[in-house]
Design a protein around this ligand. Structure first.
Ligand code: GDP
Length: 296
């Protein structure tokens, strides 16, 4: 489970403060050293850790804590608030277009879980009463189109495909037109990924973006890749611009470094998390609930 080691260590450290009654600056400094180490071990971005510890330390050595009757408890509250803030404070939802269809592009590297997540998101939106359409734009990965058709049928959402001999830009355009004609209010475009970021991939995604003008570009990244996921997110955001992040495979990530860093580094919200291979293993991301998982 995510944050396994981190939760243990932070709870231990903060528990010690709680047991002390009155706190000295030294107690806080010592605790902050431990917090810093625990975050670094969880693979949180170095600069994010530095800024986080600085803010918590400043607040924890102020009157808010020292004049409190339960100083240890106050420090825990501060850590909780700052962890929540780190992950985006409040839930960030999909913005739907006032003039349907809402076009959503899913982008990311191969293997991040983009195709599975497209299906999960389509199913999620359908349950919310939307009429989604999936568009198969990944023409390079063998079997990606077939895979999308399979997940589409599992969540009972139609899949638009033109095969793999037509350019993804034309497929995306035709897909949106198909959606308009058939009364779909959300069109989800599964785009191609590569094993590594390259200019051809970015150019193609930029072409699709210019052509279909998506309401949202959602970047799918694999939580288990830690800081690599954060670097990928920074890169996609700089080159293409992303509106939100979907963090997959949280079920297999014990550390949680990506979850704690990606929003702080990119300033783009995590909108959903993937928690398993099944198509209903997708949940909206709640920063406050995530923080509570760490602090118990
Ligand atoms: P794509 O290349 O980005 O389209 O990736 P796929 O959608 O094919 O996913 C790659 C692998 O990751 C598949 O085996 C998926 O079942 C798996 N996967 C996707 N999301 C999750 C998740 O949230 N948790 C787990 N455990 N596996 C996932």
């Amino acid at each position: 489970m995510i944050f396994e080691g981190l939760a243990d260590k932070l709870q231990n450290t903060l528990q010690k403060l709680k047991g002390k009654g009155k706190l000295t600056e030294n107690d806080v400094a010592e605790a902050m050293r431990e917090v810093k180490l625990a975050l670094l071990e969880a693979d949180v971005n170095f600069k994010v850790v530095k800024d986080f510890v600085k803010i918590v330390k400043e607040r924890a050595t102020g009157s808010e804590v020292f004049e409190s009757l339960t100083p240890g408890q106050q420090v825990i509250k501060i850590v909780n608030e700052e962890l929540t803030e780190l992950m985006g404070t409040t839930q960030s939802k999909i913005t739907f277009s006032s003039k349907p269809p809402t076009v959503i592009m899913l982008v990311g590297l191969q293997g991040a879980g983009k195709t599975t997540t497209s299906g999960k998101l389509a199913g999620y939106l359908k349950k919310q009463g939307k009429r989604p359409l999936l568009v198969a734009g990944d023409i390079y990965r063998p079997a990606a189109i077939k895979q999308l058709e399979v997940v589409g049928s599992q969540v009972d959402v139609p899949v638009f495909t033109l095969g793999d001999q037509i350019s993804p830009v034309d497929i995306a355009k035709a897909g949106v037109e198909h959606g308009i004609k058939h009364g779909n209010d959300v069109v989800l475009i599964d785009t191609a990924g590569r094993l590594h970021i390259d200019d051809t991939l970015m150019d193609e995604l930029k072409d699709i973006k210019t052509t279909v003008k998506p309401q949202e570009i959602l970047l799918v990244v694999d939580s288990m890749t830690g800081q690599d996921a954060v670097n990928v997110a920074e890169h996609f955001d700089t080159k293409l611009g992303v509106d939100g992040i979907i963090l997959t495979k949280l079920d297999g990530d014990t550390r949680g470094g990506a979850a704690l860093s990606v929003r702080a580094v990119t300033r783009k919200p995590i909108k959903f998390v993937g928690l398993g291979e099944k198509l209903n293993d997708l949940e909206p991301f709640h920063p406050d609930r995530m923080a509570s998982r760490i602090l118990g």
